[in-house]
Design a protein around this ligand. Sequence first.
Ligand SMILES: [Zn+2]
Length: 258
Amino acid sequence: MSLRALLYRRPSEPAVVQVVFDKAIYLVRLRRHRQARRYTLRIDAAAREVVLTMPPRGSLKEAKEFAQKHGGWIAARLKRLPAAAPFAHGVEIPLRGEPHRIVNRRGVRGTVWTETDDAGNRLLCVAGEPPHVDRRTSDFLKREAQRDLEAASRRYAAELGVAITRICVRDQSSRWGSCSNTGVLSFSWRLILAPSFVLDYLAAHEVCHLVELNHSLRFWRLVKRLYPDVERAKVWLDVHGTDLHRYGLCAQRGTGDI
Ligand SMILES: [Zn+2]
């Protein structure tokens, strides 16, 4: 939580309020905002959360009433989110843009590997007991993401003749990548789910920030030099980007049955 958010949250105030609609409970995250003039609701698709923004001096009672009044809207919008796809046996997930079905291989040595079955279906095989499938799949995807992002970023950095301090792969939901002024590149591990041309674009984009720490015309000219088909990757992210956030989630956060 940011310092500002801490300052504007009353110490005794709950971070979440409950809304009951049509026999279901929905959790609504409260957020005071310095510039908010009224109460507003939005859906954070990546976190699968309902967020209620309130003015600095707004009251908890009013916030609750506002959320409750919009129970129908909350229920409808959450229902429209694509279904969560947990890392579990039988679930299909994309790996470098190609669908892979997760198959739990109990009693087999090893951790996680890919295979193609006789029918030509791609499988992501996970050894061990069912409760370990989620963690092992997640660790595998993060490792693969780190490897691909390291390779792509180092290749582009060599082309530009710049040095990368470090490459971090994290679970960040707000941005696909970022570059610090100390030369650290950070990426979302979920890029390993996207086709490789998307991951390559993000790597090229962040490496160019090592030269131009802005989005100026000069920056974009540099990106296009390294990665000519910027539009294709951007369009893919616009259309499919949000969908990548539904993988690895156990259930829809923020909802429950009475
Ligand atoms: Zn940028």
